[in-house]
Ligand binder design. Sequence first.
Ligand SMILES: [Zn+2]
Length: 290
Amino acid sequence: MSRIKIEKELLESLYLGNGYTAKEIGKIFCVSKGTILLRLKEHKIPTKVYRKYIIEKELVIALYYGNGYNLKEIADIFGCTNVTIRDKLIEYNVPRRSISEISKGKNNHFYGYHHTKEAKKHIGDAHRGKNNYMYGRIFTTEEREKMSKDRKKCKIEKELLEALYFGNNYTIEKIAELTGFCPATIFNKMNEYGIERKYVFWNNILTPYTSYPLEFNNSLRKRIRDRDNHTCKECNITEDELGYKLSVHHIDYNKQNSKSENLISLCRSCHSKTGFNRKDWEKYYKNLVK
Ligand SMILES: [Zn+2]
């Protein structure tokens, strides 16, 4: 029997990026879970510890009071029992919601923000493989409206977002699903807070965000910012006005291409927009740097 060959990047993106289990990946390649685990070991990809989610106090409170989820719904998210969540609430001294609060809803931005069955299905479908939200996606008018509404409503704390993203190792889509927001909103929130991304899409494959070549270092970034007068080339806001250093964006999205004509200084807000409609932005910025 011939050995099935699975590229390291692909395996990594499926396993770490998309968060699939070895069993799920096995199904994709029509091999056993054991084979996948073996390949992970061969490629020296660290195996995940399942169901060891960190049930942070802030997260429980956010889900319980913020999203208005009940114990069962929270338990489903963490893959544990209702009793575990109830015990956590007691341990963290979180007062239980009264019946009226549960039925009436509170004056809370998040409260009762459940997604519909269709939305849940949509999210599930959308974050599978090539249908991923973040890749070159074109949004419908309805989606755009929802996104702008979301942005105003989205009050997720930086700490919570970091806990979910780094602590629980959730993907952006997963966080969106949990919090009931659109992935683009979470994506923008992360940029707003300056949270570094673990993975980005490159040629439809998730690659670790930090995989810049050595020549893309601080001195090169400084040179580009100097060249651009420390001003966002899109909206003309300056670093002084912003109070932080501009991002240096790879115009053709290829991190290996660090030629100066492929680099441009952007503020966080403008940089976050380049995650969508990539082809258009590439053309646009190529013209701008020329
Ligand atoms: Zn800008």
